[in-house]
Structure formats: structure tokens, C-alpha cells
Design a binder for this molecule. Sequence first.
Ligand code: NAD
Ligand code: TYD
Length: 349
Amino acid sequence: MSKSILITGGAGFIGSHVVQLFVEKYPSYKIVNLDALTYAGNLENLKAVENASNYYFEKVDIQDALELEKVFEKHAITDVIHLAAESHVDRSISDPLAFVKTNVFGTVNLLNAAKKAWEGELDQHLFYHVSTDEVYGSLHDGGYFVETTPYDPQSPYSASKAASDHFVRAYANTYKMKTVVSNCSNNYGPNHFPEKLIPLCINNIKNMKPLPVYGKGENVRDWLFVKDHARAIDTVFHQGKSGETYNIGGFNEWKNIDIVRLLCKKMDEKLGREEGTSEKLITFVKDRAGHDLRYAIDSSKIKNELGWEPSLQFDEGIDITIDWYLANEEWLDHVTSGAYQDYYQQHYH
Ligand code: NAD
Ligand code: TYD
């Protein structure tokens, strides 16, 4: 049977790379990108595939159950890759309910739409839920998150993602729906909305604006290039075992302050600035409430069982990322105009 895959959140950061990979690599699949186009969704991210004959776009909010049903019917959806979410921890601190609405209620709506469309043949269709390592909580004494690490979410964002993961597994257990979940570490790369650490710093360094480092900058994250995550999603979608969870990570831990210094150094070189110019922009600001200290993923399972591992070294990935932002001024201008300025003022001033 030919596949008609519904990819939710395809106009966002990671989703746009997943959509592009699937549209280009699998011309026989029909790829339906469903996205509400919130502040984080941007169809400019999909220019490379917007005219492809196997690509379709539906502007739908996953909170709208009726519209979801219509999309399943209209496109005879065979499988789902679910990425649509509210994704920024800081926004979840100021507006937790928005995260419950999209990440929890929206995910259950989508599960219901899939269940209804696939009734009687639930074992023949895959519901793939894309999640985060943040559901495992915060590491304080070394060690890594593995697939069996108990959930211990600490922010409204991670709590909402944890709830959605639990619902997906509950549908697998209760209704025998074929599901798979993957939990990935922090991504970076092109199309990343400049409210997150790396693109925010690149944008601010470019514009000689302060670089807000929360607390002492000692928090640690494990960074993975977004196209490697998209490749992992392709691997899990095609080879993952039903009911399983796969952790995806870069084995690439960095303290925030070290990343910010690296970006300063590289951008001074690329912009022909005197060494040390951009570092002067580093500004230590009030710490994030309940700030998780360290995330670190053990991705041995996906490596050993499915043969996936990151393809890019961080140094290479960061160069590609900075070069992309410097070459795509128009993209940056578009996403940082209007509502972004209000968010920035509210959050940082
Ligand atoms: P993003 O914020 O860049 O994009 C989210 C997309 O979802 C946007 O296009 C937005 O318009 C859409 N969306 C939001 N609410 C919606 C709704 N109610 N209905 C339909 N569409 C809606 O997020 P991202 O960073 O690309 O993350 C994608 C997924 O991957 C999320 O589920 C996130 O939890 C997960 N994840 C992200 C990271 C990361 O580092 N960014 C790491 C691990 C997992
Ligand atoms: P972020 O990119 O928001 O991802 P997450 O919180 O999901 O890991 O933040 C990455 C790290 O950078 C996190 O420890 C918070 C920190 N941070 C800052 O120090 N300053 C900032 O302006 C932002 C957005 C994040």
C-alpha cells in the first residue's frame, strides 16, 4: 500500500526538515503537512518542496477535532508523524495552559482522529510521536537518560510533553494502536526560531545586542544537528519496533556559557570583527525559574538496534548554522518583526 503520511508541525523548525527529507527521499509517498502556523510556524521553511507533486499543506489546529477528521479522510492518511507542539520552556512558564491545550489536548485529538480513521486496522498504521529528553527531568550527579529512566518532568513544557507521551503509550496498550515514541536532545540548525539559545545568540551577535545568559551559564545541554534528528526520525519511522521508545542524542554536551563563547569567537572571525568584540555582549541575567541543570541522552539503543548515529561534528554543524543565518537575513527579518519584538521586550526587559 502506498503511504499518505500526515506530518504535524511541518512548518516549524524540526518539522520542516522532516517534511523536506520525506518529500525528497520518498517521491512515492504523499506527504501532508498539517500546521496551525503559530508564531513558530513559517511556510518559508518549506520553499525547497512547496511545489513538489507529493507535498500538500493543511492549515489546521490540532485542537480542532472535526478538521482533523476531515484531513484524515480527504488524504486517506495511512501514518502520522506528530511534531506539532508548543516548544519553548520560557513561554510555558508564562502561559502553561497554552501547552496543555496544544501538547496534551491536541495530541489526544490527533490520536482520536487516527483511531477513528484506522478502526479495524489499527495494527497496520503507525502513529509516531516525536518527544523530548526533557520528560526525564534534570540530571545532577552524572549519568545519562536511557529509555527506561522514570519520567520526572520539571517545567510546564516537559510536563505537557510527558503527558502526551503517556497518552500515546496508553492508546497502544488500550486500543492496540501501532505507536512509536522518540525522545531527542536539544536540536540546532537552520530554520530555528530565534527565541531559543543558539539562534537568539547568533541574531544578537549579528546585531551587536546583549547575549542574555541565564544564571551562571553552567547548565548543560546535549546538542544535535537538526538534519541528523530528521534522519533519525526517518530511521525510526521505517525500522522502529511498534510500542518501543528510542532516545536520540548527539553525545555532545556543552555548558551554555561555552556555547555562547564559541558562537562569539566564530562570528568575530566570520564578520571580520576584532577577536573578543562579541564576548563583550555576554550579559548574565536572572535565572530561568526551575531551570533544569543538565540533560544528557544515551542513544546506544537506536545506534545498536537501528544503526543510526549523528553524522556531523558539532564544530561543522555550528559553522553550517551560523553561515545559514548570515545568508538568510530576509528570513530572520521576517520572523523577528512584529510579535517577536513584543515577546522579547516582555521576556528580557
Ligand atoms: P517549533 O516550535 O519550531 O515548531 C512547532 C510547530 O508546530 C510550528 O510550525 C507551529 O505552527 C506548530 N503548531 C503549534 N501548535 C499547533 C497546533 N495547536 N496545531 C497545529 N500546529 C501547531 O518546534 P520544534 O523545535 O520544531 O519541535 C518540534 C517537535 O519536536 C515538538 O514536539 C518538540 O517537543 C520536539 N522536540 C524539539 C526539540 C528541540 O530542540 N527543538 C528537541 C526534542 C524534541
Ligand atoms: P533553550 O534553547 O530555550 O532550550 P531548552 O530550555 O529546551 O533546553 O535553552 C537552552 C539553554 O540555554 C537552557 O539552559 C536555557 C539557556 N538560555 C539562556 O541562557 N539564555 C536564553 O536567552 C535562552 C533562550 C536560553
